[in-house]
Design a protein around this ligand. Sequence first.
Ligand code: EZ4
Ligand code: CO
Length: 402
Amino acid sequence: MKITKASVNISAPGRNFVTLKVETDEGIYGLGDGTLNGRELAVASYLTDHVIPCIVGRDPFQIEDIWQYLYRGSYWRRGPVTMAAIGAVDVALWDIKGKALNTPVYNLLGGKSREGLLVYAHANGTDVDHALEDVAKHKELGYKAIRVQSGIPGLAGTYGVAKTPGRYEPAERGLPQECEWATEPYLRHVPKLFARVREAFGEELHLLHDCHHRLTPMEAARLGKELEPFHLFWIEDPTPAELQEGFRTIRDHTTTPIAVGEVLNSIWDAHDLIRNQWIDYIRMTAVHAGGITHLKKVADFASLYHVRTGCHGATDLSPVCMAAALHLGTAIHNFGIQEHMPHTDETDTVFPHQYFFQDGLMYPGEGPGLGVDLDEKLAAKYPYQRAYLPVNRKLDGTLTDW
Ligand code: EZ4
Ligand code: CO
C-alpha cells in the first residue's frame, strides 16, 4: 500500500478543527486530528508545507518508521505545533491500518482491557447553587464522575464557568478576551464549594476540579490539603508544569491525587513527574503528544510508576482525537478516566462517529479503524474563524501563568 495524497481540512462546525486526511492507492483513507486551539493555522501549514510532501509515496503500514522519520527528521523536535502535526499523521495511519485489516484500532494496540471507559463530565455555575444544579443534571444523565467549577465571589468571571448558564466553551471568536483573577478568594472558596457538593450528593460520585495552572506549588499544597475531607478523584493542573520538580512540594503536603498534562507534548515533558511519582494521572492526548504511537509509550512508561491516564477531552479535541483516546484507553492496562465534554451538534454531524456514551462510560465502537468520518461537503459550510483562549490578569494587572 502507498500513500497517494494527503490534505488538510480547516473548518469550524461549532468551533475550529484541523483534520488531516491521508489517502492510499487502495482507496482506503485515514483521518487525524491536528487541532491546536488558538494556533490552528500553524499546524495546518506545518502539515501542508512541510510534512505532506515527505509522506506521499510511503507505505502507511510503517507507522513507527514514519513517526521517527518525522520526529527525528525535522531536526527541531517537540513543541505543540510539531507534535500536533506528527500526531495527525500518526492517528491517520492507525485508522488506515485498522480499516485495511478490518479491525478496530484497539485490537492493534493489544485488544480490550475493558469494555467501557469511565468518563467525567463538566458541571459549572456562576455560584455554588447553580453549580450544584448542574452537578444534579449531569448525575441524571448517568455520569459517575463530574468536574465541578464555580464562580468566585468578588471575581467577574472564572475559568471553567459559562457566562450564561449552560455549556462552557474555552475559546472565543475575535481577539483574546482579558479576564481577571485573584488567588486568595479562589483558595477560600473552593473547599466550601466541595463541602456543599459532598453534602448534597454523598460519597459515591467521583469529583474532580481544574485549577488551570493558576497556583504556586505551596498554594496548591494548601488547596489539596483543605480538599482532603472531600476525597476528590483529582485536582488538575495545580501549578504550571514547565518546572516539573515544582510538583514535589504539592506531593509532600497532600494526599489529594494530582493530574497534569493537557499542554504537554512529549514523554520528556512528563519524565520527572512520572518517575518521581509526583502525579497520579497523565492527561496528554493523541493530538498534542504525537499521536497514538507516542501516547502509548507515555502510558506504558507511566504504568511502571502507578500513574494512570486521564486524557484531555475538551471540545477543541476533535471527534477523531476522542476516538483515538477511546481506542487507546480500551487497550492499555493503566487507563484511569477520560474527560468528556460533549461536542456541539454541528461538530457531531460533520464528524459522524461510532463511539457512544452509556451509563457513565464511553465505548469506541466495533467498526474497523477509528470509526470516525469527516463530511467534507458539510464542513465546507463552516469556514475557519479566528478564535483564542482568554488571557488572565491579576487585580493589579499582572498576567497570570494561564
Ligand atoms: O483549557 O481545552 O480540562 N480542560 C481544560 C480546557 C482547556 C482547553 C485548551 O484548549 O483545561 O478548558
Ligand atoms: Co484542564
